[in-house]
Each structure stands twice: as C-alpha cells, then as structure tokens.
Write a protein that binds this ligand. Structure first.
Ligand code: DCC
Length: 213
C-alpha cells in the first residue's frame, strides 16, 4: 500500500480504453423554452386519445402481446395513461421487465405530442426505476410537457402502482424531436408503410396531421 491515487497501469497487451462518449443532451428544457397552448384540434381534457397505429407495441389494440396502453388527455399539456402488467411482460419472476416499463413511459410521453398537434419521435429518454412492479399491477402514468424549444419537446412522467395516488414506481424525462410526417412514410419497412397508408383506420393520426400540419 503506497497511498498513491494514480490509476493502476493497464496490463501489457490490454486493449486501449474506449473513448468516453460526449455528455448527453439534457432532457430538461433550456431557460428560454416555452409552454405553448394546446393546439386548437387537440383532444379535450378527459377525452381518450386514440391509438396512433393499431400495430404499435405500446398502444395498438391489434397487438395481443403489446402493452395496450390507453391514454386520456388531461388539463393543459398533460396526459394520463394506464397499462396493466401481464405475464408476458415479465422480467424477473412475477415482476414487470424494466424495458417494458420504459416503453410504457415512452408511449405516454409520445402521446403528449398529440396535444401540440405535431408529430415527434423520442430523441432521448431517461428512466428511474424506483420500485418493482408486480404482474397484474395497473400502472397509472401521468405525463406533462416541461417546455418546447424549436423542434424540441421536453417532457416528464411519473408511473404509480394501483391508482393515481399509489406509490411511485417509475419516473422518466424525455426529449422528443418534432418531425415531418414523411419521417413515418420513408424510413419504415415498405410493406408496412403501404399497408398503413392503404388502410385509413390503421394509420389514423396521419390524416389528422395532414389536415392540421
Ligand atoms: C402518423 C403519426 C404517427 C406518429 C407515431 C408516433 C410514434 C410514437 C412512438 C413512441 C415514441 C418513439 O418511440 S419514437 C421511435 C424512437 N425514436 C427514433 O426512432 C428517432 C430516431 N432518430 C431520428 O430519426 C433523428 O435522429 C431525429 C428525427 C430525432 C433527428 O434528426 P433530424 O430531424 O435530422 O434533426 P437534427 O437536425 O439532427 O436535430 C435537430 C435538433 O435535435 C437535436 N437532436 C437530434 N437527435 C437528438 C437525440 N437523439 N437526442 C437529443 N437531441 C437530439 C439536435 O442536436 C438538434 O438540436 P439543435 O442543433 O437544434 O439545438
């Protein structure tokens, strides 16, 4: 024991350390971000927000293995969602998989963009797992926009077990980037895009955004 704080030399022949990534962009809004009003065509408070795509893993009703998360518009730029953890969502025995809980947060935070009437995709999502979530629990997720800066939408959410006043199990913060509708009609697998565009009920929200860009 020498008391030195110098890092130990790497053993001879060891691979060079990988470069550290640059600091990640923050998920909290800058000081000059704004909180815009709800878009004129946004769903009224208390109104269910329809699934945006029936085959979506988060909200699609045609995905029996998915989360089948349901959402209701809240006051201002807020959304309340519910998701029941089922056996197919397990990570540990009888416990929700953390990745699926993150998916539920992503989906709910994404739904906030319907209140702004501007399609957006997740750029960055941070999740804190506070408490394990047992299978059969109903997760109640409250999400809100924290600021908008250009194309960037900052938001946060909290998921509680059993009810809106239940114990907090998960928290998240996100940065979404607003995109043009073409984002969804150019990057995906062509057969799925064609099927979605051919079926007016399957890609419901596209039409709303075409009318209200
Ligand atoms: C019919 C309706 C259906 C609607 C369907 C809705 C589905 C919702 C589903 C739930 C949500 C999801 O999971 S969405 C799926 C997961 N997400 C994705 O697949 C996104 C993949 N990434 C991308 O496509 C791209 O990187 C974009 C669109 C995010 C950004 O590309 P871009 O449009 O060219 O913009 P770009 O100029 O690069 O960046 C604009 C600004 O944003 C910042 N920025 C860009 N990317 C990031 C990032 N990852 N994290 C932080 N910040 C970022 C840049 O620094 C810049 O800041 P500054 O210089 O201006 O300061």
């Amino acid at each position: 024991m020498t008391g030195s704080t110098a890092p130990a030399a790497a053993p001879q022949g060891a691979p060079a350390p990988l470069p550290r990534p640059a600091a990640p962009p923050p998920t909290t809004p800058p000081a000059d971000a704004v909180l815009p009003p709800r878009a004129p065509g946004a769903p009224a408070p208390g109104t269910p927000i329809e699934p945006h795509y029936d085959l979506c893993f988060g909200c699609g009703p045609q995905r029996p293995d998915g989360l089948q998360l349901t959402a209701v518009a809240g006051e201002g730029l807020t959304v309340d969602a519910r998701f029941t953890v089922r056996a197919v969502h397990q990570g540990g025995p009888g416990l929700a998989h953390g990745g699926l809980l993150t998916t539920a947060m992503d989906e709910t935070l994404g739904t906030l963009n319907w209140l702004l009437h501007a399609p957006a995709v997740t750029g960055r999502l941070e999740t804190d797992f506070v408490r394990p979530v047992p299978v059969d629990s109903e997760l109640h997720i409250h999400a809100w926009v924290t600021g908008v800066h250009g194309r960037k939408v900052y938001s946060a959410a909290e998921g509680r077990i059993g009810g809106p006043d239940g114990p907090v199990a998960i928290r998240a913060q996100a940065l979404f980037i607003q995109v043009k509708l073409e984002h969804f009609t150019t990057h995906g697998r062509p057969e799925d895009i064609k099927k979605a565009l051919d079926d007016p009920d399957l890609f419901k929200r596209a039409r709303a955004f075409e009318v209200n860009p």
